[in-house]
Design a binder for this molecule. Structure first.
Ligand code: G3H
Ligand code: 13P
Ligand code: ZN
Length: 330
């Protein structure tokens, strides 16, 4: 059993409280390799932002759970070396069982998500409560979820959104004791969040997706004032990066994300954690494709992973500064 405190990590309690009071959101960036980790820490240190490093079950399988935990421990030291001791949370993304959450807590995670959103309500309550009871013994914070996002969540996929029911949130929070709640108000995972036929075209011919359900968010905030809210599926799918991917041999079709202005708006409310993974994947892929396409003789991975890391860092700096508003809040 390793406590996250020994690793220099923090749980999400204090940073969420400050984020809600300050009208900004903490970035939750997924990582499963070295370059992503470097980009996240470099960007957040330079912008002086707190950060949540997220590990999914898929990432654990891909990269090895022990290596990822040591990387997070290394990230704390790396940030100091870069000159700023920013708050760093190591968070399990979309935990699907008590055992997985316990495993992560026991190996040094400071925060876990138990995603029982696909279960019947009472089962979601029971599972979340069980995780909270264990986590709180170790001062680890827990994120629960109510409502189902359309699209793919790890191995589970849903055709349509099931928006969070505001009438359930107070009961859920009370019964489970969770520290934050992920809700469904129109975001979804992946790079194809909307079908073109769901969108309208603006004067420049750009596809504009249906807006997030801020009305539901307001209702939820009324029921649990000041309680930390989380938005998953919050990539914006930058069209300039998608264009680079497609220019250099890629085939991303109908890739549409959540407009950044709407996320900025959400960050001003009780939304205090915004999850971004796909945008990072897109930024890395754009850079890798460009190098491999324009320099076909190149075979040193550092020559394409280095530019991918730089592009990723640029993206994260932009998110922190202009979308989440967490720059300068470390
Ligand atoms: O919510 C899902 C995250 O983007 C993680 O994706 O399960 O493919 O690692 P992954
Ligand atoms: P995106 O696919 O929109 O980046 O969402 C990531 C996420 O919610 C991770 O939990
Ligand atoms: Zn998610």
């Amino acid at each position: 059993m390793v406590s996250y405190k020994e690793l220099g990590l923090v749980n999400s309690k204090e940073i969420f409280k400050k984020a809600i009071e300050g009208g900004y959101a903490i970035p939750a960036f997924n990582f499963n390799n070295l370059e992503q980790m470097q980009a996240i820490i470099q960007a957040c240190v330079e912008k002086s932002s707190p950060v949540i490093l997220q590990v999914s079950s898929g990432a654990r399988k891909y990269a090895n759970q022990t290596l990822l935990r040591y990387m997070a421990q290394g990230a704390v030291e790396y940030a100091k070396e870069l000159g700023k001791n920013i708050p760093i949370v190591l968070h399990l993304d979309h935990g699907d069982s008590f055992e997985l959450c316990k495993d992560c807590i026991d190996m040094g995670f400071s925060s876990v998500m138990i995603d029982g959103s696909h279960l019947p309500y009472e089962e979601n309550v029971a599972l979340t409560k069980k995780v909270v009871e264990y986590a709180h013994k170790h001062d680890v914070t827990v994120e629960g979820e109510l409502g189902v996002l359309a699209g793919v969540e790890d191995e589970v996929s849903a055709e349509h959104h099931t928006y969070t029911e505001p009438d359930q949130v107070e009961d859920f929070v009370k019964k489970t004791g969770v520290d934050s709640l992920a809700i469904s108000i129109g975001t979804s995972h992946g790079a194809n969040k909307f079908k073109p036929e769901q969108c309208t075209r603006n004067a420049d011919g750009i596809l504009v997706p249906p807006p997030l359900r801020f009305d539901i968010l307001k209702e939820i905030e009324k029921r649990i004032p000041g309680f930390p809210i989380v938005l998953h599926g919050s990539s914006s799918v930058p069209q300039d990066q998608v264009a680079i991917i497609n220019k250099f041999g890629g085939a991303m079709k109908d890739a549409i994300g959540i407009p950044e202005e709407q996320l900025r708006e959400a960050a001003k409310s009780a939304v205090c954690k915004i999850n971004i993974d796909s945008d990072g994947r897109i930024a890395m892929t754009a850079a890798v494709r460009e190098v491999l396409y324009t320099k076909p003789a190149e075979f040193d991975p550092r020559k394409y992973l280095g530019p991918a890391r730089d592009n990723l860092k640029k993206l994260y700096m932009h998110k922190v500064e202009n979308v989440l508003g967490s720059a300068g809040k470390a």
